[in-house]
Design a protein. Structure first.
Length: 538
């Protein structure tokens, strides 16, 4: 130490005080900058690639090339929309005279029937979770009765509020809640997730004084968490997976926890691979560090709560674990309610209180809203309640048994095929497929040519099928297996052929270090959803 002191003193003995202060301050700030630069979520190599790619966009020739390609893609998307609407009249101005009942119904039927995929007979992954004419008729009638109701006015529509409270209480019981558990209905899983993030952000700010909130989530967590982070100014710390199980790494999650962590997240199952994160271990982390734990059960929640009674093993994942403080679950999936229906549940009212938005000084009066929406569709609440009453416990139990049996049957048969593999272990109803012998998107292409619509995944390239009650109909599962086998026979004749079309573009986008280009591409695709061909307008 004496040697170090002498070295420092000798170095500064000829310096003036202002020089010493400047050198010291500069050294400290420089060291802090280097530390922050080296210790970020992404490696220096990844950040350097992104920076170089971004700088390259300032080169005129590169920028022109990117713009030219984006314009070509925009034209491709618009042409696809034009082809889908070919020969169909599009309305862009109000008709001078209103249409009569029959004309309106016929126009709606025509619009709903546009599209090439036969979702009614199970050719689509997820999307439509039940195709039951009696249920559809019941939902339509119930929605019609309650279509003008709005729980924003509980004094005017107390019965709708009663039905919402009953849906929440039923859901709490299904997920092993106690008398303290509570929640609200929402318009879907995304809103449920955003509200949980809002509740924990505000709770952490008030109770713990956290001003720079962070959430720790698996890389497979639903994009709704990223949306919440963008809306609510929360930093996302994404945690990698265990390479064999494709479930979140608990050790990596523990390392990602900081003094600013407001919530830990696990999925049951995750959307990409359908694997179940170890909620029991995440619950322990939540208890150890006094951090709320949110379980995203939006996809499989209303299967998981019936699976044990249906004879299938399920690891603990819900309020039975003391560290779990909230659960999101979509009633419009395996609860078979109409689209636009979900629940967000909490273990304690103190969390739900921070979900609410309260305005006390508005000239219009004291305003309190439980969810993002102010006015809400009472018809959706009533229809969700009606679907629960329609099926009852035994109805859901039988549906769950059929869906999981079908999933396990498909899983066992797909595992027998040599040139593809299943990613991880399906926890509920999602089977993800990959291949080491050919580009897996070719299987998606081949199945699409036979009428199947599967979900496309990235990092790594994969596809998945989400099994619904529609797939339990006689012959659907075997038809899918036969089509997979036939497509694989064709692919294995030329395994080295590259994927083509939009899927080739999708695969290429994974290699771009600057994800802003992929963002531009995605914006163009969303734009095309609102495209109406000029010649078809009326």
């Amino acid at each position: 130490m004496n040697t170090v002191k002498e070295l420092i003193n000798n170095s500064f003995k000829e310096k003036e005080p202002w020089q010493i202060v400047t050198i010291t301050t500069g050294s400290v700030l420089g060291a802090v900058w280097v530390w922050n630069f080296c210790n970020q979520d992404e490696s220096i190599v990844v950040r350097s690639k992104k920076k170089l790619f971004k700088l390259a966009r300032y080169i005129p020739s590169v920028r022109e090339q990117i713009e030219r390609e984006l314009n070509n893609l925009n034209e491709t998307f618009e042409n696809e929309s034009k082809n889908r609407l070919q020969g169909i009249q599009c309305v862009t101005t109000l008709p001078k005279n209103g249409l009569n009942h029959e004309q309106v119904i016929e126009a709606v039927k025509q619009s709903v029937q546009i599209g090439d995929y036969d979702w009614k007979n199970g050719k689509v992954s997820g999307t439509v979770y039940r195709n039951d004419e009696k249920l559809i008729k019941l939902m339509a009638e119930v929605y019609g009765i309650a279509s003008y109701t709005n729980p924003l006015h509980p004094d005017v529509f107390p019965g709708v509020c009663k039905m919402e409270a009953e849906v929440v209480r039923i859901s709490c019981h299904l997920f092993h809640g106690n008398d303290e558990s509570c929640g609200t209905m929402t318009s879907g899983g995304t809103e449920s997730i955003i509200l949980a993030c809002k509740a924990y952000r505000d709770y952490a700010r008030e109770v713990k004084g956290i001003k720079h909130p962070e959430m720790v989530v698996p890389v497979t967590a639903h994009s709704a968490f990223d949306k919440a982070a963008q809306y609510l100014n929360i930093k996302v710390r994404a945690v990698p997976l265990n390479p064999k199980s494709f479930t979140v790494s608990i050790n990596a999650m523990k390392k990602a926890i900081s003094r600013n962590t407001i919530m830990l997240v696990g999925s049951t199952p995750n959307f990409p691979y359908g694997t179940m994160d170890n909620i029991e271990e995440i619950s322990k982390l939540g208890l150890k560090y006094n951090i709320p734990v949110h379980v995203d059960a939006c996809l499989g929640g209303f299967l998981l709560c019936f699976m044990p009674a249906a004879g299938f093993d399920v690891p603990p994942f819900d309020f039975i674990l003391p560290g779990v403080t909230s659960i999101s679950a979509d009633t419009h999936k395996y609860g078979y309610a109409p689209k636009g229906s979900s629940v967000i549940l909490y273990s304690d009212k103190k969390y739900r209180h921070h979900q609410f938005t309260i305005t006390t000084d508005w000239p219009g009066g004291i305003y309190g809203s439980p969810t993002i929406n102010g006015s809400r569709a009472g018809g959706i609440i009533a229809a969700c309640w009606a679907s629960m009453m329609h099926f009852g416990y035994d109805g859901y139990l039988e549906s769950t048994r059929k869906i999981i049996q079908t999933t396990k049957y498909l899983e066992s048969k797909l595992r027998e095929l040599d040139s593809i593999y299943i990613i991880g272990t399906p926890g509920t109803s999602v089977i993800a497929l990959g291949s080491n012998k050919f580009h897996i998107y070719r299987l998606s292409e081949g199945l699409a040519a036979r009428g199947w619509n599967l979900n496309t995944l990235q990092f790594p390239s994969a596809i998945h099928l989400c099994i619904t009650y529609v797939h339990t109909q006689p012959g659907v599962a075997d038809t899918f297996l036969d089509d997979v086998r036939n497509v694989l026979i064709e692919i294995n004749k030329t395994p080295d052929v590259s994927v083509e079309g939009r899927l080739a573009m999708y695969g290429m986008s994974q290699s771009l270090p600057d994800r802003s280009v992929v963002g531009d591409l995605t914006r163009l695709f969303i734009d095309s959803m609102y495209f109406i061909p000029e010649e078809e307008k009326n």
